[in-house]
Write a protein that binds this ligand. Structure first.
Ligand code: HEC
Length: 233
């Protein structure tokens, strides 16, 4: 009994949702006129489940259109990318603000002896081929005299190392060394001022006189702009 009910229920469902085909006995009613190579066609309805799927996609397209294009609630891939980037920038800024080993570029000061020793160590691996073992200069300028292409304050030197002058043959080192290490190198260079090593390269740039007042930060404009942009968000 139970089985019969089940079978009947299935047949009803099948007719409503799945096949909806005309029973074999009445096939003649839906047989179409044409015939190709002995193949004939029955004018059966399309499977209802298939049509419902199609209706759902039409409905979904309307929702999609409204959501992404008319109401503008959803983000397109470019907006999503921008959103992720902004989030990362904000996180980075927060991380840098809370970093205990953070270097405040607006207020740099010379590191101590151990720091200078470490700065010398890094200098002797990465910098000497161009600036000389005793900083006397070579492909790059002499770093011991009072003449500087980009000013000779501690902050100036720090920024020269950090951002480099890639179009002049001096790469940016911020990807290779941490701010702390860059400050150590800058301090090492400062500590070698006036040592007048043998074979010193001729002065390049302008005479730099130490400003005993504030150590004015002067990063490239583009850097300032992007920091301001992040902070405004
Ligand atoms: C491939 C060669 C090369 C290497 C390696 C190199 N520099 Fe330079 N550096 C240069 C050149 C060339 C300049 C001059 C750039 C210019 O003309 O503006 C320069 C400029 C500088 C300046 C500014 C000098 C001034 O007169 O204002 C500093 C400071 C400096 N380098 C430090 C370093 C430190 C520290 C390292 C190692 C981390 C280093 N450089 C590695 C080639 C090099």
């Amino acid at each position: 009994m139970k089985r019969i009910v089940l079978v009947m229920y299935w047949k009803k469902l099948d007719k409503k949702l799945f096949t909806k085909a005309v029973p074999v006995e009445r096939e003649a009613d839906v047989l179409m006129e044409h015939e190709y190579d002995g193949i004939r066609e029955l004018d059966n309805s399309l499977p209802p489940w298939w049509k419902y799927g199609f209706y759902i996609t039409i409905g979904a397209s309307v929702v999609y259109l409204l959501y992404f294009h008319v109401l503008g609630i959803g983000k397109d891939p470019i907006q999503e990318y921008q959103y992720e980037m902004d989030k990362a920038a904000a996180q980075l800024l927060k991380f840098q603000e809370n970093d205990p080993g953070k270097i405040d570029e607006k207020n740099l000061s010379m590191v101590d002896g151990a720091g200078i020793t470490n700065g010398a160590k890094i200098y002797n691996t990465a910098c000497w081929p161009c600036h000389g073992k005793e900083l006397e200069g070579g492909a790059g300028p002499n770093l011991t005299d009072d003449y500087w292409l980009h000013k000779g304050g501690l902050t100036d030197i720090y920024l020269s190392i950090k951002h480099g002058y890639p179009d002049k043959g001096m790469q940016a080192w911020e990807k290779n060394y941490s701010p702390k290490e860059i400050l150590q190198m800058a301090s090492y260079i400062k500590s070698k001022q006036g040592t007048n090593p043998p074979g010193a390269k001729d002065p390049q740039g302008d005479l730099y006189v130490e400003d005993t007042g504030t150590n004015e930060l002067n990063p490239p404009e583009a850097v300032n702009d992007s920091i301001a942009e992040i902070k405004n968000k």
